[in-house]
Design a protein around this ligand. Structure first.
Ligand SMILES: [Zn+2]
Ligand SMILES: [Zn+2]
Length: 144
């Protein structure tokens, strides 16, 4: 069984926990890291995504890894900002913001790459055929 704590597949919790990620970006419940405070049964947390190992779509881990990089880049912005003396902006903050922007764009690209091959949406007309549809997929008004 592959499990995760976010709705709709692996998310930021899987991206930042010590468990090894399966190809889908979720965690195999038989291989949870004992030091993880999210996935072991003893943690008593609600799992909101899951499928059997045989039903694993085999894609999605790149998105989860990208989410993790975005989280780390976001944290780096806070750390750079905390070092700023009042009234000054130094290069470390500008560099951290550039890195954050790059991480967000990479995450968006990985979401598009993963979505094209997601069997879950095959045949229901949501797969993007054009760049415009791909843009709408990651930038739709109803997405959170
Ligand atoms: Zn974990
Ligand atoms: Zn899986």
């Amino acid at each position: 069984m592959h499990i995760g704590r976010s709705f709709g597949g692996g998310g930021h919790i899987e991206a930042s926990c010590p468990c090894e990620l399966e190809p889908c970006g979720l965690v195999d419940q038989d291989k949870v890291d004992e030091t993880c405070n999210q996935h072991p049964p003893a943690a008593c947390k609600t799992m909101r995504s899951g499928h059997s190992a045989e039903d694993c779509p085999g894609i999605g881990r790149d998105v989860v890894v990208a989410i993790g990089k975005t989280e780390a880049a976001r944290q780096a912005v806070f750390e750079a900002a905390a070092m700023e003396p009042q009234g000054f902006v130094n290069a470390s903050l500008l560099g951290a913001l550039d890195d954050y922007r790059a991480a967000v764009e990479h995450e968006a690209a990985e979401r598009i790459r993963a979505h094209e091959w997601d069997e879950g949406c095959a045949g229901v007309g949501c797969c993007a055929d054009t760049p415009q549809e791909a843009a709408d997929f990651i930038d739709s008004k109803e997405s959170e």
